[in-house]
Design a binder for this molecule. Structure first.
Ligand code: KDG
Length: 337
């Protein structure tokens, strides 16, 4: 059985090459992405059984996506083919002072049409872990229902449930979806959540204006989250801070019901591609938990994985455990408790 089942939409990613703007470019780099697929690829590269549960169009693009996932060791037996189109996302990569821009073209995708047809009991029986993200819920009412059904079934069957909040305002706004209610329903089923104080405040309808600096906000949000969601055991996030144009760093944070950990800040520059950094981090924490690392090790490993992802083009973190450990040991990473 797969260690981890990842449920979500696989997208074609069309990125402007080098530092060009999207419409300046006569060519686009074609690859694949999607937050949950990124986690699946990273976990497979770390040596875990990772099964992608998704719906793709029964055409050349859908089959190419499956081939690409297989290439990195993801189990694609849970991918179904159905009518509808392939979801796309266009990317203008960030450069110097310019931040990256994502443009979605995914309405009416095969995934959005058919994801609600998944038989969750069948798909999840025998698996140990389900990973989802808030993106699936943000796509539309049918996928939102599928995402909620998925986490509820997983909890009933005794799987560990992890969820990345991945709040995507443009997707929620397109159908006026009730993000706090739907994300809250999903979060109430999760053991492990990836999200920061903004995500928690949004879902719980709390305001953090005037509540002081970020460290205090993270503690405040974690306390609220543990109170609101009794199944929650761990809350993790990263913070990427830009000091100057060429100086960004990344810090990891992990909260449990009775502890808090943070890494030293790790330099990121030069940033080659920041998309998928959060997914690499999520896969790193999951890897740490699956292999019995303590919290400090989980967090250090996950931040090192995210740092490596920033050095790699494309959505996928293709680093192996040895690659991540090499980055980890190249810096002295003190985790403060
Ligand atoms: O985390 C990376 C994702 O943002 C990217 O793959 C695109 O899945 C995507 C989305 O819906 O934003």
């Amino acid at each position: 059985a797969a260690d981890v089942v990842c449920f979500g939409e696989v997208l074609v990613r069309l990125a402007a090459p080098d530092n060009e703007l999207l419409l300046q470019s006569p060519t686009l780099k074609v690859s694949f992405g999607g937050a949950e697929a990124n986690v699946a690829v990273s976990l497979a590269r770390f040596g875990h059984g990772a099964r992608m549960l998704s719906v793709l169009p029964d055409n050349g693009l859908g089959h190419a996506a499956v081939d690409e996932l297989r290439r990195y060791g993801v189990d694609t037996s849970g991918v179904r083919f159905a009518a509808g189109r392939m979801g796309l996302y266009f990317l203008t990569p960030g450069a110097a002072q310019r931040s990256s821009q994502v443009l979605y073209d995914r309405a009416d995708s095969a995934f959005s049409r058919a994801a609600s047809g998944v038989d969750w009991d069948t798909e999840l029986t025998g698996a140990g872990w389900l990973h989802v993200s808030g993106i699936t819920a943000a796509i539309g009412p049918d996928t939102a229902k599928a995402a909620v059904d998925a986490v509820k079934t997983a909890r009933r069957l005794g799987l560990t449930v992890s969820m990345d909040c991945n709040y995507r305002a443009t997707l929620w706004q397109a159908w006026n979806g009730d993000a706090p209610a739907i994300l809250g329903e999903m979060l109430s089923q999760a053991d492990l959540v990836f999200g920061d104080h903004r995500d928690i405040a949004l879902v719980l309808g709390a305001s953090f204006e005037g509540r002081g600096e970020a460290d205090g906000l993270r503690r405040w949000a974690a306390d609220m989250a543990f109170k609101a969601w009794p199944n929650l055991q761990r809350l993790a996030c990263t913070d990427r801070v830009q000091h100057t144009v060429n100086h960004h760093d990344l810090t990891g944070f992990l909260f449990s019901r009775d502890g808090a950990w943070r890494t030293e800040s790790r330099p990121l520059n030069p940033i080659i591609d920041r998309i998928g950094g959060g997914d690499a981090f999520a896969a790193g924490v999951i890897h740490g938990l699956l292999t019995g690392m303590d919290e400090a090790d989980q967090l250090e490993f996950a931040v090192a994985a995210a740092v490596l992802k920033h050095a790699t083009p494309g959505d996928f973190n293709l680093a192996t455990v040895a690659d991540v450990e090499a980055v980890r040991s190249s810096h002295s990473l003190d985790v403060r408790r």
